[in-house]
Design a protein around this ligand. Structure first.
Ligand code: KG4
Ligand code: ZN
Length: 357
């Protein structure tokens, strides 16, 4: 089946996009409006249903269960979001969904729904890369000029990127093992807490009273590249917990862990900012992804960027974790420039690197 992909659109016009996010354990639908000729946007309505409670007893996200939950709730969420926006389906200019990276079952549910809406309304369908959504959404409320430097920190990724255009990303460093969010989750699990562990570790760390140094390692901290490694920090934390660990010190251990991973991020980003300020004249640094909602990490980056005289941008906390606003927004940025949707047989890509957009 073919649909018209060319989008007759003048850059001065308002554009309204419905986005769907189903790549992991949140089902999210949002309607976002591009306001005017300056590329800035407003969220007209958004609804997100977290599946955290459904997966809790399994100790992690179960892919089969996740896709079933997306499929059970998506229709309801789309209707609710449309109703709250005060718009009818035919007033939406394009339909976007996350096509990867993520869990295949969920990607199929969300993308098929968006494709069907595009087909029935004869409007463009846009296949969005989830990571691109995390990064570009920082540009929804403020003008950030390309190129800029970005640290993407989520449950599945830890990447340092030079963002040259809305669809042009150069990977300059990444984790060689665990993603940072995964390390937070695993350490929380070792301490007996459930997923997602990041917010729990952050809360425990705030309660730390004593100054205790557990001497956690800082892998790769002195290496010349911009790569990271977090699995050794997690293993060292496990060894401490498995030895004769005084449970009364769990807040102090959480603080040691958070300090340690943050220091790894800050050290590498400090070097990257120096280099790319010189080499590419970047003057903005963007922090994105679920882990960017951590207040302690945000504070450290505010200080770093102030010291380096670069603009620091991080989305509001709700926009850091998975949401459909970022998917609708990434589609708006794309349609604004190339005015073309995707073909309906665009297949979901469980692995989809930002460099292969
Ligand atoms: O971006 P996201 O919502 O999903 C992925 O695309 O992965 O990120 C989820 C990750 C989880 O690992 C979660 O523990 C972590 O972000 N996270 C945090 C915080 N809030 C969420 N990590 C540290 N501190 C937080 N406050
Ligand atoms: Zn994400």
């Amino acid at each position: 089946i073919s649909i018209k992909n060319n989008f007759k659109y003048s850059n001065f016009k308002i554009m309204i996009v419905l986005g769907i996010e189903t790549s992991c354990d949140e089902t999210s639908v949002a309607i976002v409006k591009k306001k005017n000729r300056f590329l800035l946007g407003d969220v007209l309505s958004e609804n997100t249903l977290s599946q955290v409670k459904k997966h809790k007893k399994f100790g992690g996200v179960v892919p089969e269960l996740a896709s079933r939950e997306h499929s059970n709730t998506l229709d309801y969420l789309v209707k609710k979001t449309l109703k709250e926006s005060g718009l009818s389906l035919c007033e939406i200019d394009a339909f976007a969904a996350t096509l990867g990276p993520g869990l295949l079952g969920g990607l199929i549910v969300g993308s098929n729904y968006a494709k069907t809406l595009a087909l029935t309304t004869k409007k463009p369908f846009v296949a969005v890369n989830h990571l691109q959504g995390h990064i570009l959404v920082t540009r929804m409320k403020r003008i950030i000029k390309f190129p800029f430097l970005c640290l993407l920190v989520s449950g599945g990724h830890t990447q340092m990127l030079l963002v040259r255009k809305y669809n042009d990303f150069k990977l300059i460093g990444e984790t060689l093992d665990d993603a940072i969010g995964e390390a937070f989750d695993k350490v929380a699990k070792l301490m007996g807490y459930s997923y997602p562990g990041g917010p729990i570790i952050e809360k425990l760390a705030l309660k730390a009273k004593k100054k205790v140094n557990f001497n956690l390692p800082e892998p790769l901290i002195n290496s010349k590249n911009f790569n990271f490694s977090f699995s050794g920090i997690k293993t060292a934390t496990r060894k401490i917990i498995d030895s004769s660990f005084d449970k009364k010190l769990k807040c102090e251990l959480a603080k040691n862990f958070q300090d340690c991973v943050t220091n790894c991020l800050i050290t590498k980003c400090s070097k990257a900012i120096d280099l790319y300020k010189k080499k590419k004249k970047i003057n903005s640094f963007v922090l994105a992804g679920g882990v960017a909602s951590n207040k302690f990490i945000r504070e450290k980056f505010i200080n770093l960027c102030a010291k380096k005289s670069v603009q620091f941008i991080v989305p509001e906390q709700d926009l850091c974790v998975d949401n459909a606003t970022m998917i609708a927004w990434a589609a708006i940025e794309r349609l604004q420039i190339n005015k073309k949707g995707d073909i309906l047989d665009f297949e979901p890509k469980p692995r989809w690197a930002l460099e292969k957009l």
